[in-house]
Write a protein that binds this ligand. Structure first.
Ligand code: SF4
Ligand code: SF4
Length: 189
Protein backbone atom coordinates (compact mmCIF):
# COMPACT_ATOMS: atom_id res chain seq x y z
CA UNK A 1 0.00 0.00 0.00
CA UNK A 2 1.33 3.45 -0.91
CA UNK A 3 0.38 6.69 0.73
CA UNK A 4 1.78 10.15 0.26
CA UNK A 5 2.95 11.63 3.54
CA UNK A 6 4.52 14.87 4.61
CA UNK A 7 7.48 14.01 6.77
CA UNK A 8 10.96 15.07 7.75
CA UNK A 9 12.09 11.47 7.85
CA UNK A 10 14.25 11.11 4.74
CA UNK A 11 13.87 7.31 4.62
CA UNK A 12 10.10 7.56 4.52
CA UNK A 13 9.95 10.40 1.99
CA UNK A 14 12.34 8.55 -0.31
CA UNK A 15 10.37 5.32 -0.45
CA UNK A 16 6.89 6.80 -0.01
CA UNK A 17 5.94 3.48 1.56
CA UNK A 18 3.20 3.27 4.12
CA UNK A 19 5.05 4.74 7.11
CA UNK A 20 3.80 2.25 9.70
CA UNK A 21 5.82 -0.44 7.97
CA UNK A 22 9.14 1.20 8.83
CA UNK A 23 8.01 2.61 12.17
CA UNK A 24 8.73 0.80 15.43
CA UNK A 25 4.99 0.93 16.18
CA UNK A 26 5.23 3.31 19.10
CA UNK A 27 1.45 3.49 19.20
CA UNK A 28 0.99 -0.27 19.76
CA UNK A 29 3.59 -0.22 22.55
CA UNK A 30 2.63 2.88 24.42
CA UNK A 31 -1.15 2.95 24.49
CA UNK A 32 -3.71 0.87 26.31
CA UNK A 33 -6.27 0.09 23.59
CA UNK A 34 -9.81 0.59 24.89
CA UNK A 35 -12.41 -1.24 22.82
CA UNK A 36 -16.12 -1.07 22.11
CA UNK A 37 -18.78 -3.73 21.47
CA UNK A 38 -18.16 -3.98 17.72
CA UNK A 39 -14.38 -4.22 18.21
CA UNK A 40 -14.86 -7.09 20.66
CA UNK A 41 -17.36 -8.83 18.37
CA UNK A 42 -15.06 -8.62 15.32
CA UNK A 43 -12.02 -9.87 17.24
CA UNK A 44 -13.94 -12.65 18.94
CA UNK A 45 -15.58 -13.96 15.75
CA UNK A 46 -12.58 -13.31 13.51
CA UNK A 47 -10.11 -15.07 15.80
CA UNK A 48 -12.54 -17.64 17.19
CA UNK A 49 -11.62 -16.60 20.73
CA UNK A 50 -13.71 -15.92 23.81
CA UNK A 51 -13.58 -12.18 24.65
CA UNK A 52 -12.14 -13.00 28.07
CA UNK A 53 -8.99 -14.33 26.38
CA UNK A 54 -8.01 -10.94 24.96
CA UNK A 55 -9.73 -8.45 27.25
CA UNK A 56 -8.30 -6.75 30.30
CA UNK A 57 -10.47 -4.89 32.74
CA UNK A 58 -9.46 -1.48 34.00
CA UNK A 59 -11.05 0.53 36.77
CA UNK A 60 -13.27 3.15 35.13
CA UNK A 61 -12.97 6.80 36.06
CA UNK A 62 -16.18 7.93 34.39
CA UNK A 63 -19.18 7.01 36.55
CA UNK A 64 -21.64 7.32 33.64
CA UNK A 65 -19.63 5.39 31.06
CA UNK A 66 -17.94 2.73 33.16
CA UNK A 67 -19.65 -0.71 33.18
CA UNK A 68 -21.20 -1.60 36.52
CA UNK A 69 -20.51 -5.28 37.18
CA UNK A 70 -19.63 -7.58 40.05
CA UNK A 71 -15.95 -6.81 39.45
CA UNK A 72 -16.54 -3.07 40.00
CA UNK A 73 -16.91 -0.07 37.71
CA UNK A 74 -14.81 -1.11 34.75
CA UNK A 75 -13.63 -0.28 31.23
CA UNK A 76 -12.53 -2.86 28.66
CA UNK A 77 -9.20 -2.83 26.83
CA UNK A 78 -6.93 -5.25 24.98
CA UNK A 79 -4.62 -7.35 27.12
CA UNK A 80 -0.94 -6.51 27.10
CA UNK A 81 2.06 -8.81 26.88
CA UNK A 82 5.57 -7.60 27.70
CA UNK A 83 4.08 -4.11 28.27
CA UNK A 84 2.64 -3.82 24.78
CA UNK A 85 -0.48 -4.91 22.93
CA UNK A 86 -0.77 -8.71 23.00
CA UNK A 87 -1.40 -8.73 19.24
CA UNK A 88 1.88 -7.02 18.35
CA UNK A 89 4.43 -9.47 17.06
CA UNK A 90 8.14 -8.89 16.56
CA UNK A 91 10.26 -10.71 14.04
CA UNK A 92 13.82 -9.63 13.25
CA UNK A 93 13.22 -6.18 14.71
CA UNK A 94 10.10 -5.68 12.57
CA UNK A 95 6.85 -5.24 14.44
CA UNK A 96 3.50 -6.09 12.96
CA UNK A 97 -0.11 -6.30 14.03
CA UNK A 98 -1.28 -9.91 13.86
CA UNK A 99 -4.97 -9.00 13.78
CA UNK A 100 -4.91 -6.47 10.98
CA UNK A 101 -8.29 -7.54 9.53
CA UNK A 102 -10.03 -7.27 12.91
CA UNK A 103 -8.03 -4.59 14.68
CA UNK A 104 -9.98 -2.13 16.86
CA UNK A 105 -11.31 0.95 15.18
CA UNK A 106 -9.18 3.24 17.34
CA UNK A 107 -6.10 1.54 15.83
CA UNK A 108 -7.38 2.25 12.34
CA UNK A 109 -8.03 5.91 13.17
CA UNK A 110 -4.75 6.62 14.92
CA UNK A 111 -3.08 9.14 14.89
CA UNK A 112 -6.20 11.14 14.06
CA UNK A 113 -9.16 12.24 16.09
CA UNK A 114 -12.28 14.31 15.50
CA UNK A 115 -12.28 17.63 17.33
CA UNK A 116 -15.23 20.01 16.99
CA UNK A 117 -16.34 18.13 13.87
CA UNK A 118 -12.91 18.46 12.26
CA UNK A 119 -10.34 15.74 11.71
CA UNK A 120 -6.97 16.59 13.23
CA UNK A 121 -3.74 14.74 13.85
CA UNK A 122 -3.20 14.18 17.57
CA UNK A 123 -0.50 16.38 19.00
CA UNK A 124 1.00 13.83 21.37
CA UNK A 125 4.16 13.29 19.28
CA UNK A 126 3.98 9.52 19.71
CA UNK A 127 3.68 9.14 15.96
CA UNK A 128 6.85 10.28 14.12
CA UNK A 129 5.04 11.02 10.87
CA UNK A 130 3.31 14.21 9.85
CA UNK A 131 0.46 12.72 7.85
CA UNK A 132 -1.41 14.32 5.02
CA UNK A 133 -4.69 14.98 6.84
CA UNK A 134 -6.76 15.62 3.71
CA UNK A 135 -5.61 12.37 2.14
CA UNK A 136 -6.24 10.43 5.35
CA UNK A 137 -9.72 11.92 5.67
CA UNK A 138 -10.61 11.02 2.09
CA UNK A 139 -9.31 7.50 2.56
CA UNK A 140 -10.89 6.96 5.97
CA UNK A 141 -14.13 8.97 5.92
CA UNK A 142 -16.38 5.89 5.81
CA UNK A 143 -14.45 4.26 8.64
CA UNK A 144 -14.47 7.43 10.75
CA UNK A 145 -18.25 7.77 10.48
CA UNK A 146 -18.70 4.07 11.31
CA UNK A 147 -16.31 4.45 14.25
CA UNK A 148 -18.32 7.34 15.65
CA UNK A 149 -21.58 5.35 15.31
CA UNK A 150 -20.08 2.28 16.96
CA UNK A 151 -18.86 4.23 19.99
CA UNK A 152 -22.28 5.85 20.30
CA UNK A 153 -23.88 2.37 20.16
CA UNK A 154 -21.49 1.15 22.87
CA UNK A 155 -22.02 4.14 25.16
CA UNK A 156 -25.79 3.71 24.91
CA UNK A 157 -25.47 -0.02 25.58
CA UNK A 158 -23.42 0.60 28.74
CA UNK A 159 -25.90 3.22 29.95
CA UNK A 160 -28.76 0.75 29.36
CA UNK A 161 -26.93 -2.05 31.19
CA UNK A 162 -26.11 0.20 34.12
CA UNK A 163 -29.73 1.35 34.38
CA UNK A 164 -31.30 -2.11 34.09
CA UNK A 165 -28.79 -4.57 35.45
CA UNK A 166 -27.10 -2.92 38.40
CA UNK A 167 -27.40 -6.07 40.45
CA UNK A 168 -23.75 -7.06 40.76
CA UNK A 169 -23.85 -9.40 37.79
CA UNK A 170 -20.44 -10.62 36.56
CA UNK A 171 -18.63 -9.18 33.58
CA UNK A 172 -19.25 -12.41 31.61
CA UNK A 173 -23.00 -11.65 31.73
CA UNK A 174 -22.41 -8.14 30.43
CA UNK A 175 -20.24 -9.51 27.60
CA UNK A 176 -23.01 -11.91 26.54
CA UNK A 177 -25.60 -9.12 26.71
CA UNK A 178 -23.31 -6.89 24.64
CA UNK A 179 -22.45 -9.44 21.93
CA UNK A 180 -26.11 -10.50 21.58
CA UNK A 181 -27.01 -6.87 20.93
CA UNK A 182 -24.31 -6.50 18.28
CA UNK A 183 -25.64 -9.60 16.50
CA UNK A 184 -29.16 -8.17 16.69
CA UNK A 185 -27.86 -4.94 15.19
CA UNK A 186 -26.37 -6.87 12.25
CA UNK A 187 -29.65 -8.78 11.72
CA UNK A 188 -31.58 -5.49 11.62
CA UNK A 189 -29.23 -3.83 9.12
S1 SF4 B 1 0.53 5.30 13.29
FE1 SF4 B 1 2.46 6.39 13.60
S2 SF4 B 1 3.28 5.53 15.53
FE2 SF4 B 1 1.71 4.12 14.79
S3 SF4 B 1 2.82 2.59 13.59
FE3 SF4 B 1 2.10 4.18 12.15
S4 SF4 B 1 3.79 5.61 11.95
FE4 SF4 B 1 4.16 4.39 13.82
S1 SF4 C 1 -4.50 -4.42 17.72
FE1 SF4 C 1 -2.82 -4.28 16.25
S2 SF4 C 1 -2.76 -2.11 15.64
FE2 SF4 C 1 -3.96 -2.24 17.54
S3 SF4 C 1 -2.47 -1.89 19.18
FE3 SF4 C 1 -2.63 -4.10 18.88
S4 SF4 C 1 -0.97 -4.61 17.46
FE4 SF4 C 1 -1.32 -2.39 17.34
Amino acid sequence: MKLKVITNDSDVSKTEEFPCISCHTNCCKEYVIFVNAHDIYRLSVGLGLAPESFLEIYGAKDYDLGIKVEEGLVDLALKQKDSRCMFLEESKDIFRCTVNDFKPSVCKSYPFQMKNGKLIQMSDKMCPVEWNTKEFEAMMSTHLKKDEDEWKFYDELVLEWNAKHYTKKPLSTFLKFMLDRVVLEFVKS
